[in-house]
Design a protein around this ligand. Structure first.
Ligand code: GCO
Ligand code: MG
Length: 439
């Protein structure tokens, strides 16, 4: 057993000398690591910038955990920065392995997002050094672009149908459909879904005394009727998706999944909470509905069993929440061997840098399934130049070296985090009798 006290203060010199020679490039050093906070369209985003001894060579990575951004900033600036200064940014894998165990207690969304910010920035730097987009470093393109799905929502069936039709006219072929359950704080309703609301998210900032309650039964009755209606109006020419957002008791969720089978969904997402993952085995034995899961996972122990046992069809992991591209590319390869496809989490609370990181894997991985798209607002596009383009129902690379996204720091500073009583944390949602439920 090594003595932890002796290791204190030991610097990257502990790395085998041979590793440095593997890279046929002049060695460079990490000279600065900083977290940049900005909310151009109202959503709190955190991006890490890693600077190097090569003037003008730096990288950006997504570290956005929009409900706890200030905790991520501390992890980056107080812990990762001193740990990484002086290391060679070429050593992405080595740095990831070292950073993860440097806290001894590891994983969790705060620490993983901090590490992701650094990790994606190092891949960005590597691509810039190679003069190639990162997908080239991951094996090159398996497809021209990444098919995306967008979010449609409505207060009633007609409004929802309208929005789906508008997306179809714009060339989108995959649409996630959510509908308001009258009187309830429905997930996906315009004001509740931060990804759709641009973060203004009125009901999430309201105090719970005025918050609508949530009851699973009316929702479970309405959703099959919603898809019956949409299929009857739209036919089979569009792929439809739905997100349960872990709100329904497991046995009711199983019934819901079975009720939705006739409507041929592209996938049904988060039908169970991560804590109820064992129910996937029960559902799988009863239904062939395609299942998407994983945006809340932060640890390989959570997702490996589901993939290994072929219990989910799409992995929905939020790449910064598992620690960046380094673990995500391994996860994608694991999924390939077990017949799962990728559907990386891509709502508004992923920065454009994070979306660009998703896209690198989308383009390179043979087992790509779909990409959730965020239609970036105008201000976000001004702050982050080089956002991946979305047209013809797909996301396209801008073919720039690295991740291809730049950040105007001066402009970013003009959009500080909005005032919020809980600094971005979500107020609770309750059942009619007052019981707190999952969000
Ligand atoms: C989705 C998600 C998001 C999350 C959000 C949490 O599938 O897009 O469920 O909308 O709720 O990212 O911050
Ligand atoms: Mg979701």
């Amino acid at each position: 057993m090594s003595d932890m006290v002796e290791q204190d203060g030991v610097q990257p010199a502990t790395k085998p000398a041979a590793a440095a020679a593997v890279i046929n490039m002049p060695p460079i050093k990490i000279t600065n690591v900083k977290a940049i906070c900005t909310a151009p369209d109202g959503i709190r985003l955190v991006v890490v910038k890693v600077e190097t001894s090569d003037a003008g060579l730096w990288g950006l990575g997504c570290a956005t955990f929009t409900q706890r951004p200030l905790a991520v900033v501390t992890a980056v600036e107080q812990y990762l920065k001193p740990f990484l200064l002086g290391r060679n940014p070429d050593d992405i894998e080595d740095i990831w392995q070292a950073a993860v165990v440097s806290s001894y207690w590891r994983s969790g969304p705060v620490l993983n997002n901090a590490i992701s910010g650094v990790d994606q920035a190092l891949w960005d730097i590597k691509g810039k050094r190679a003069g190639m987009p990162v997908y080239q470093l991951l094996g090159g393109k398996s497809r021209r672009s990444a098919g995306v799905y967008v979010h449609a929502t409505g207060r009633d069936l007609a409004e929802l149908e309208d929005q789906v039709r508008r997306y179809m006219e714009e060339g989108f072929r995959h649409v996630r459909c959510q509908i308001e359950v009258p009187g309830y704080a429905t997930y996906g309703r315009g004001s509740v879904d931060i990804a759709q609301s641009g973060g203004s998210d009125a009901s999430r900032t309201r105090l719970n005394a005025h918050q609508d309650p949530w009851e699973p039964r009316p929702y479970c009755r309405l959703v099959p009727r919603m898809f019956e209606y949409l299929r009857s109006q739209l036919g089979e020419g569009v792929e439809l998706l739905h997100d349960v957002h872990e709100r329904v008791p497991p046995i009711m969720a199983i019934q819901l999944a079975k009720d939705l089978e006739p409507y041929h969904l592209f996938f049904l997402e988060d039908v169970f909470a991560p804590e109820d993952s064992d129910y996937f085995r029960v559902l799988r034995a009863q239904s062939s509905i395609p299942l998407a899961m994983g945006e809340l996972y932060v640890n390989q122990a959570e997702y490996v069993p589901l993939i290994r046992d072929r219990l989910i069809d799409f992995i929905r992991v939020h790449i910064s929440d598992i620690g960046g591209l380094t673990p995500a590319r391994k996860l994608a390869a694991l999924c390939e061997f077990f017949g799962s496809r990728t559907a990386w989490h891509g709502p508004g609370d992923v920065s454009p840098v994070g979306h660009a990181a998703n896209l690198q894997l989308d383009l390179a991985c043979p087992n790509f399934g779909i990409q959730e798209a965020c239609l970036f607002g105008e201000r976000t596009r001004e702050v982050f130049t080089g956002c991946p383009d979305i047209h013809d129902g797909a996301m396209w690379s801008n073919e720039q070296p690295g991740l291809g996204v730049d950040l105007d720091e001066g402009l970013a500073a003009r959009y500080p985090f909005p005032e919020h009583r809980f600094n971005g944390a979500w107020p609770e949602i309750r059942r009619a009798d007052g019981t707190v439920i999952r969000p």
